[in-house]
Design a protein around this ligand. Structure first.
Ligand SMILES: *[C@@H]1O[C@H](CO)[C@@H](O)[C@H](O)[C@H]1NC(C)=O
Length: 260
């Protein structure tokens, strides 16, 4: 009896240690190594053309991303799973680089699509397998003179330092809930997401496009909770009762919770 109790406690202790150690690897999402790529810019200094990109974040000023944003070539974009990921970018070995600027940090908010009528080394900068950042003009102008057009850069994935919580922007109708997830901290990306009404169990949501996830379910009139797993760190957050029973499409609901 005592020995089985002891072995159970040992199991429990080991399980706790495993849980703690896996938690600590999760908590330390380290920047990736620096790698070579190129960067161009799009739009003008107002960055108005960067609004409403392929991630579906809509107005980037209203939603907290501002002008520190970039469109990713499809090699990096990963069918939208890279929406919300963050990168440090530094201009590399070009006479157009601003000296003394170490790097600038951008969030992926858009896709830079391939253009196969242009050669990959002469204008078709976003054609696979090229790794390319088409930055907002204000972001580009932090690291290089815009007259350069294109510069070599070094980049690395970094944790997205968000100080406030996840935001859920609702679209759809009474039978179809489409949620854009914004302001994601930590890895910045999402692997899986579930929604739960007060009268339902957890319903798995499917990836729609960009940073949006959908559930075909009747959820009207119920407070909604979300369970969300980070793609990069596999960490899970459960945000209870994010939206009240009288939630509406067209509104954005927030929680104080976020990945780190
Ligand atoms: C693709 O490149 C061609 C040739 O430069 C250009 O005329 C066309 O507008 C480009 N397409 C897009 C969608 O940018």
């Amino acid at each position: 009896m005592a020995s089985s109790l002891r072995s159970w406690s040992l199991c429990f202790l080991m399980a706790s240690i495993l849980a703690i150690s896996s938690k600590s690897t999760i908590a330390n999402f380290q920047p990736s190594p620096w790698q070579l790529a190129h960067a161009t810019f799009y739009g003008d200094e107002t960055a108005s053309e960067t609004m409403g990109g392929a991630c579906g974040y809509g107005n980037l000023f209203a939603n907290g991303y501002g002008t520190d944003t970039a469109a990713l070539s499809s090699t990096l974009f990963n069918n939208g799973y890279a929406c919300g990921t963050c990168y440090q970018i530094k201009c590399f070995q070009s006479p157009w680089c601003y000296s003394g600027v170490t790097f600038t940090t951008v969030t992926a908010t858009n896709l830079c699509p391939p253009n196969w009528s242009q050669d990959s080394n002469a204008g078709g900068w976003c054609n696979p397998p090229r790794v390319h950042f088409d930055m907002s003009k204000p972001a580009f102008m932090k690291i290089a003179q815009w007259q350069a057009g294109i510069v070599p850069v070094m980049y690395r994935r970094v944790p997205c330092g968000r100080t406030d919580g996840l935001r859920f922007s609702f679209q759809g109708n009474g039978y179809w809930l489409l949620v854009y997830v914004m302001n994601v901290g930590g890895g910045g990306d999402i692997a899986n997401m579930w929604v739960k009404g007060s009268q339902t169990g957890w319903i798995s949501m499917t990836h729609n496009w960009g940073a949006s996830y959908q559930a075909f379910a009747t959820l009207g009139g119920q407070p909604l909770s979300f369970r969300i797993t980070s793609y990069t760190t596999q960490e899970t957050i459960i945000a209870w009762n994010v939206a009240p029973a009288n939630w509406q499409v067209g509104l954005t609901y927030g929680t104080s919770l976020n990945f780190h």
